[in-house]
Design a protein around this ligand. Structure first.
Ligand code: PMT
Length: 222
């Protein structure tokens, strides 16, 4: 592993879940542990990058030598991601952002009523990685795609729709990979084609992904 691979590059990485508040004590979220994003942050630091890790609530310590910003909601994550985005060379979106949030947050804890069925009204969250890719001076932008079926074709759809440079397709229908596991197996999908990476630890996989991302970003620059 080349420790100068990303020397001098600013890399922003989103990681973990977001929490969308319903009231002061409840929220909507998902099972992301942050392991994949934190492993990528460590690997990018190992490659010499200046790393900003924008993290949802997770039980992981901040990786050494990286700047970590802790956030709760998708709206917070968007704000943190766009701060200093003009200085960012590579943006990696590994966070599992909630697609929707409650339309309003109750000021006080919601009380149980007599009705058996309760309806929640949700509104779409901003798309963070698409907002980054829409910036005038767009960084090299990489997304993840968590899918349970037709993994590659859905990933290709997101690559195009969100104007990304690369997307890392993750089959999350398997319990041994994806959300919360220590291992992962992914397919890197570019506008040119797809490369499958075999099952390995998220730490090993992160180093491989950083090599691929650094090479692809270099190629784009020249
Ligand atoms: O955290 P771990 O437990 O280690 O698990 C890792 C992981 C499975 C969460 C990770 O590898 C992964 O696949 N992350 C993306 C999960 C996801 O929400 O994918 P998506 O297909 O819904 O979103 C596609 C892309 O758009 C992602 O890069 C996502 O960060 C981004 N997005 C989505 C919605 C939104 N409002 N804003 C976004 O930026």
């Amino acid at each position: 592993f080349d420790r100068g691979l990303l020397s001098g590059k600013q890399v922003f990485i989103t990681a973990g879940p977001t929490r969308e508040a319903l009231d002061p004590v409840r929220y909507i979220s998902n099972h992301s542990s942050g392991k994949m994003g934190y492993a990528l942050a460590e690997a990018a630091v190992d490659a010499g990058a200046l790393v900003t890790l924008i993290s949802g609530p997770v039980n992981l310590p901040a990786p050494p030598r990286c700047k970590r910003i802790m956030i709760q909601s998708a709206e917070d994550m968007l704000e943190a991601s766009l701060q200093n985005i003009d200085q960012c060379d590579i943006f990696i979106a590994s966070a599992a952002v909630a697609d929707y949030r409650p339309v309003s947050v109750a000021e006080h804890k919601m009380k149980k009523g007599n009705e058996e069925i309760m309806e929640l009204h949700l509104i779409k969250n901003p798309d963070i990685v698409a907002s980054v890719a829409a910036q005038q001076n767009k960084p090299y932008t990489i997304g993840f795609a968590a899918e349970t079926r037709d993994v590659i074709s859905y990933a290709q759809g997101k690559l195009e729709r969100k104007n990304l440079d690369l997307i890392i397709a993750n089959d999350v229908s398997r319990s041994d990979i994806g959300f919360n596991s220590d291992d992962n197996a992914v397919t890197v999908v570019s506008h040119e084609g797809a490369t499958q990476l075999p099952l390995s630890s998220k730490r090993q996989l992160a180093h491989k992904l950083i090599e691929i991302i650094a090479a692809a970003e270099q190629k784009k620059d020249h």
